[in-house]
Design a protein around this ligand. Sequence first.
Ligand SMILES: [Zn+2]
Length: 152
Amino acid sequence: MNETQSAPAPANFQLRCEFCLERVAVPAGVRELPHPCAGCGRPIRIDRPRKVAAEDFEASVIGSPLPVIVDFFADWCGPCKWLTPTLDEVAGAAAGRLLVAKVDVDQAPELAERYRIGSVPTVLLIRGGEEIERSIGVEPERVRAMAGLPSD
Ligand SMILES: [Zn+2]
């Protein structure tokens, strides 16, 4: 029996390299960092929030093999910045277990409409392409709980 092809294809995050803008596959569930970009060799960091553009949402979020915390934010939104430390912490603590994505509602109005984002910040937990939970406003403890982090 020939089993040279027996290893299952690894589940990958499809992420856009922030340097060369190549879409690259990053192995999900792997904690070791950084993952070099296949295009330019520079690091793809999964331990901090990743900006995801509308055109990449299907591949990067809906098709993600692991849960994704999606922060819908706007540049002009002061309260959105209050969530930044929490999202940074979650991305670092849960790297390899889930991904933290950021969606700018001004650059992705169709996504904001699709998910009925009435105000920012709104944070969604998406697993297997489905919305599991959402947090509206600045709720750091809720966001931590959505990511499975212990509360303080
Ligand atoms: Zn690159």
